[in-house]
Design a protein around this ligand. Structure first.
Ligand SMILES: CC(C)(COP(=O)(O)OP(=O)(O)OC[C@H]1O[C@@H](n2cnc3c(N)ncnc32)[C@H](O)[C@@H]1OP(=O)(O)O)[C@@H](O)C(=O)NCCC(=O)NCCS
Length: 146
C-alpha cells in the first residue's frame, strides 16, 4: 500500500490510545530495550496523540504534551515495515499542526543523537549538550512554529 493510503489523525478514542501504547511498547521496549516505565511515564492522558492507520492496522504514532505554552513532541514511532516512506515525517508534521492550532510558539523533542539529521531536515535545531538514558544518548532539538 502507498504511504498516501495511510491515514494520519488525532486520537479521539480510548482504543486508539491503547493501539498507540501497544505500538510504542513493541518499538521502544521490545525493539530498543528502553525500560517500560520510561515509556509509560503517566503523561499520556494529558497528551494529544497522532495515530496512522493502514486500513485497521495502526502503523505509526507520536505524542504532543503542551505545558506552560511549550510543546514537547515524543514517542514518535513507525513500525519497521513502514519506515523510510515519509511516515515519520508526517507524524511530526501532524503533531506540529496540533501545536500550532493551540497557539504554541515553539516545540522541542529529545531524540536519539543518530536522528539529528532526520529532525534537522524537518526544521529542528540542536541545543548544546546530550543526556544519557541507559544505553541511549539523547539530544534536545527545538523548532519555532512562527
Ligand atoms: C525514526 C523513525 C520515526 C523515522 O520514521 P520513518 O517513517 O522511517 O521516517 P521518514 O521515512 O519520514 O524519513 C526517513 C529518514 O529518517 C532517518 N532515519 C530513520 N531511522 C534512522 C536511523 N536509525 N538512523 C539515522 N537516520 C534515520 C533517515 O534520515 C531517513 O532519511 P533517508 O530516507 O534519506 O535515509 C522510525 O525509524 C522509527 O520508528 N524508529 C524507531 C523508533 C524511534 O527511534 N523513534 C524516534 C524517537 S525520537
Amino acid at each position: 500500500m502507498e504511504p498516501s493510503q495511510v491515514n494520519v489523525r488525532v486520537v479521539t478514542h480510548e482504543d486508539e490510545l491503547t493501539a498507540c501504547q501497544a505500538l510504542r511498547h513493541q518499538i521502544f521496549v521490545v525493539e530498543q530495550g528502553i525500560p517500560a516505565h520510561l515509556d509509560a511515564d503517566g503523561l499520556d492522558d494529558d497528551a494529544l496523540h497522532s495515530i496512522a492507520y493502514e486500513g485497521d492496522l495502526a502503523v505509526a504514532t507520536g505524542r504532543l504534551v503542551v505545558s506552560g505554552g511549550h510543546g514537547v513532541l515524543a514517542r514518535i514511532a513507525v513500525v519497521p515495515s513502514h519506515r523510510g516512506q515519509g511516515l515519520g515525517q508526517r507524524i511530526v508534521q501532524h503533531l506540529e499542526s496540533m501545536a500550532r492550532e493551540r497557539g504554541v510558539p515553539e516545540v522541542s523533542l529529545h531524540p536519539h543523537a543518530h536522528l539529528e539529521r532526520f529532525y534537522r531536515r524537518l526544521g529542528y535545531e540542536k541545543v548544546p549538550g546530550t543526556s544519557v538514558v541507559g544505553a541511549h544518548r539523547l539530544i534536545t532539538m527545538v523548532k519555532s512554529l512562527d
